[in-house]
Design a protein around this ligand. Sequence first.
Ligand SMILES: NC(=O)c1ccc[n+]([C@@H]2O[C@H](COP(=O)([O-])OP(=O)(O)OC[C@H]3O[C@@H](n4cnc5c(N)ncnc54)[C@H](OP(=O)(O)O)[C@@H]3O)[C@@H](O)[C@H]2O)c1
Length: 267
Amino acid sequence: MAASNSGRYLSTDSNKVDETFKVQEAETVNIPPPPTEKLLVLGGNGFVGSHVCREALDRGLSVASLSRSGRSSIHDSWANNVIWHQGNLLSPGSWEDALTGVTAVISCVGGFGSTSYMYKINGTANINAIRAASDKGVKRFVYISAADFGVANYVLQGYYDGKRAAEAELLIKYPYGGVILRPGFIYGTRSVGSMKLPLGAIGSPLEMVLQHARSLTQLPLVGPLFTPPVNVTAVAKVAVRAASDPVFPPGIIDVYGIQRYNQQKFK
Ligand SMILES: NC(=O)c1ccc[n+]([C@@H]2O[C@H](COP(=O)([O-])OP(=O)(O)OC[C@H]3O[C@@H](n4cnc5c(N)ncnc54)[C@H](OP(=O)(O)O)[C@@H]3O)[C@@H](O)[C@H]2O)c1
């Protein structure tokens, strides 16, 4: 044996394999790769938003939520895996840091009240979010909108006008990565404080009946009242898929589309 300049021992016999160059077999360590998709759920502590957060966590995404009250009253263990931001979409300049590093946003922000409040919460708040996300380079944006209410549009004018204004902004800012879901009534388990309200008792049988009565929705004025209800887990599943599947087609998805995508396998 002779010592090389680098201090490594080399064999003097050229046919011998130098033991120091043998590659040791690496031990296999099963560490899952860190999630590359970072999702921000606007209104992640609400009825639809909390189901969206759970679905996204189940799919291995990194999940954050933003709402005025932050985590608020959610006590379930899955909520420990969400990053909770507190912020108001109606106060621009105060919440946009939550968009840093985010690859997709799902907005579940909306609500009822006076006409002007409904326009602000369904329209202005979401328009602010869409513009900020686009400015920050977020790739995909999914908005939970609502189906046409027919006659009820007149009563809930601020709600309906706000929804449509936010949709229009999304189609402009996100022509390739924007998806709008338009469910009718959404049923499922809604948490109210520490109570769980099982709204499926009404929604599920109605969905069974009305999904076979599509032609009724074509009736003038009252038709939209026959829009079948949809399960909150279906809305959440399709929203998360739309936010994380780069080939998911952009555009508007009605309740029948939500039901169809929900039945498809999603890898
Ligand atoms: N539930 C249904 O049957 C149904 C049917 C069709 C469409 N939709 C639509 O689906 C979406 C979700 O509905 P939902 O039933 O889940 O409503 P929800 O339970 O009332 O949730 C609304 C969420 O928005 C947040 N939020 C409200 N104002 C905000 C603001 N200014 N800034 C930041 N966050 C704000 C609320 O949290 P904080 O109060 O803590 O801010 C809450 O997390 C809405 O757009 C709704 O119009 C619902």
